[in-house]
Design a protein around this ligand. Structure first.
Ligand SMILES: NC(=O)C1=CN([C@@H]2O[C@H](COP(=O)(O)OP(=O)(O)OC[C@H]3O[C@@H](n4cnc5c(N)ncnc54)[C@H](OP(=O)(O)O)[C@@H]3O)[C@@H](O)[C@H]2O)[C@H](O)CC1
Ligand SMILES: [K+]
Length: 540
């Protein structure tokens, strides 16, 4: 699991160490230099003679960078530091000069930004030490001008990092510069300068990194979209920091999901494994019901009870004979895939699914009088979202995409649109959790989950997963995973967010498994889930 703490929590953890004289900057800068040397070795035969450009800001982030540059210079690297602010870390600058480094004072001549950018873009490696956790808002001043020049001239902006992450992989910059075309390797110091440290926003120009060397612990902006796409490979270096308090954002890894997967034993039967109730699909969109049912069955549920019109039920059973249409107890409901979001009185297009969905959610809330069983978790997707009451329990997991979340928020008085949600996913997922009470899984390139205790950010899905029906498959996977741990989820609502994050990991991993590096169909993703789970369990 990767845990990220806010800038304030990092500072609070640094203070006692600094007060005790711990050489944090020396540790940070030496670790940074060591990583840069390793990257240089991986990309060229000799370190000696390599060219490094340091982009230096006013504060300690710049100090780290200057001290690391001194180490590189002593190893024969030709180091040039570009000072972008009036202020500069004095000791770091002295160390660099003492090691033979060269200094360009851009702050004194900001009109030289184009010429300086051209020189920087000719380097083998660029260290982005403009801003660290002291950033306030979008990058500004000469630093912003320099980054704008670099991203315009060399197309270094938002480079899509090669997922293999191998040091010799050269990312293909979004700006069209092809891999290896003289584009420097960019190493962000602590974090790419100018990202939202705690919320992952991109308020202004940011130089996309191929690697981020972050000190002590990860910061939320390194895990959260949209900034997560410009951090490259994240390397956390230990400098002795131990933040107190819970992390602000976490990311599950395969081993975490493996260790908590409910593996049935000899005393288990379908009713102990968890049954899923599925209100999905209509005569207009029967496929969504097949996809959600297939995913739920293939993730390993005890049984799926399908609720829907007769023709759709026949379609589902033809595809998945394991599904039953008899009513009865379930341990989790999935409501909404393939169900229209609006109910036009004159158009029975919802096949009665809105009424079935409302009934299922009332049972899941546990507030129906005389119910023999208690509340159960629910996945509320697509056409299920408008069926929610004013408030929902945290064991309801909403699974909107950005447009659906914007609609949900607008229906509760927020003036927000899809673009706003995509620009600040964490903020709006958290706001939806506050307004509804439910756990919110916001689908996207990086899936963000906001629950009762902190947030999760999962980056397991290949871009190929953005295809019709993928959301229906996720709903089915999540329904089964919630049903298997229904009692725990209701008793410990923070678990709903963790299970949702785990479902996103399984969903993304199954897509990768279905066709590594290439296009996938949603049903193929559902078919790949059993093998994905077996591979995960192999990690135990
Ligand atoms: N504390 C330690 O010894 C260690 C810190 N680490 C490294 O230090 C940074 C945090 O350093 P800090 O000095 O607190 O802040 P920054 O370097 O991130 O920023 C410094 C100055 O940048 C200016 N600023 C702020 N926002 C912007 C912006 N949007 N655009 C341009 N400039 C901006 C501001 O200066 P002003 O004069 O304008 O007020 C900031 O003061 C941390 O990230 C680590 O890299 C070590 O890792 C561990 C030891
Ligand atoms: K930085």
């Amino acid at each position: 699991m990767i845990s990220a703490w806010s800038a304030d929590d990092v500072r609070a953890a640094e203070e006692p160490l600094l007060a005790a004289g711990a050489p944090l900057m020396a540790r940070a800068s030496f670790a940074l230099a060591t990583q840069v040397l390793a990257d240089l070795r991986a990309r060229r035969r000799h370190v000696r003679g390599a060219r490094a450009a340091l982009l230096v800001g006013a504060g300690n982030n710049g100090g780290d960078t200057l001290h690391a540059g001194a180490v590189l210079a002593r190893r024969g690297v030709a180091v040039t530091a570009v000072l972008t602010a009036e202020r500069v870390h004095g000791e770091g600058l002295a160390a660099l000069r003492g090691a033979g480094g060269r200094v360009v004072e851009l702050a004194a001549a900001p009109d030289r930004a184009p010429a300086v950018a051209a020189e920087v873009s000719a380097a083998d490696v660029v260290l982005d030490g403009l801003l660290g956790i002291g950033a306030r808002g979008a990058l500004r001043g000469p630093a912003a001008d320099l980054v704008t020049e670099l991203t315009a001239v060399v197309g270094m902006e938002s480079a899509e990092h090669d997922r293999s992450g191998s040091a010799d992989s050269i990312p293909t910059a979004a700006g069209g510069v092809t891999a290896g075309a003289g584009r420097p390797w960019v190493v962000a110091v602590d974090l790419p300068s100018g990202i939202g440290v705690d919320d992952g926003t991109l308020p202004g120009p940011v130089l996309a990194a191929d690697r981020t060397v972050t000190f002590g612990v990860a910061k939320p902006g390194l895990l959260l979209p949209p900034a997560a796409r410009v951090v490259g490979e994240v390397t956390v270096v230990d400098i002795g920091l131990e933040p107190v308090g819970p992390p602000a954002v976490r990311r599950l890894e395969a081993a975490d999901v493996a260790v908590s997967w409910p593996v049935p034993g000899p005393s288990d039967h379908k009713y102990t494994r968890g049954l899923v109730g599925l209100v999905a699909g209509t005569a207009t969109y029967p496929g969504a019901a097949v996809l959600a049912a297939s995913a739920a069955v293939r993730t390993g549920t005890g049984m799926v009870r399908y609720r829907g019109s007769e023709p759709v039920a026949r379609t589902v059973l033809a595809a998945r004979p394991e599904v039953v249409t008899a009513t009865g107890r379930v341990q989790a409901w999935v409501v909404g895939p393939g169900v229209p979001t609006t109910r036009d009185r004159d158009d029975p297009a919802d096949d009665g699914q809105h009424d079935r969905g409302r009934g299922a959610l009332a049972v899941a809330r546990g507030d129906l009088p005389g119910m023999p069983y208690g509340p159960v978790p629910a996945v509320v997707d697509a056409g299920g979202l408008p069926l929610l009451g004013e408030t929902s329990p945290p064991w309801f997991v909403l699974t909107p995409h950005a447009g659906e979340l914007a609609g949900l928020l607008r229906s509760r008085g927020e003036d927000v649109h899809r673009d706003d949600v995509e620009a600040a996913p964490l903020r709006w997922a958290r706001r939806a959790h506050e307004l509804t009470g439910a756990t919110v899984l916001l689908k996207g390139g990086v899936t963000v989950v906001a629950g009762t205790e902190g947030a999760w950010a999962q980056a397991d899905a290949p871009g190929w997963l953005a295809t019709a029906g993928a959301g229906d498959v996720l709903a089915g996977i999540l329904g089964t995973m919630l049903a298997a741990r229904a009692t725990d989820v209701v008793e410990r609502p923070a678990l709903a967010a963790e299970v949702a994050a785990a479902a996103a990991l399984v969903h993304g991993s199954a897509a990768e498994r279905a066709n590594p590096g290439g296009p996938v169909a949603a049903l193929d993703v559902a078919e790949a889930v059993p093998g994905t789970v077996s591979t995960l369990l192999g990690l135990r």
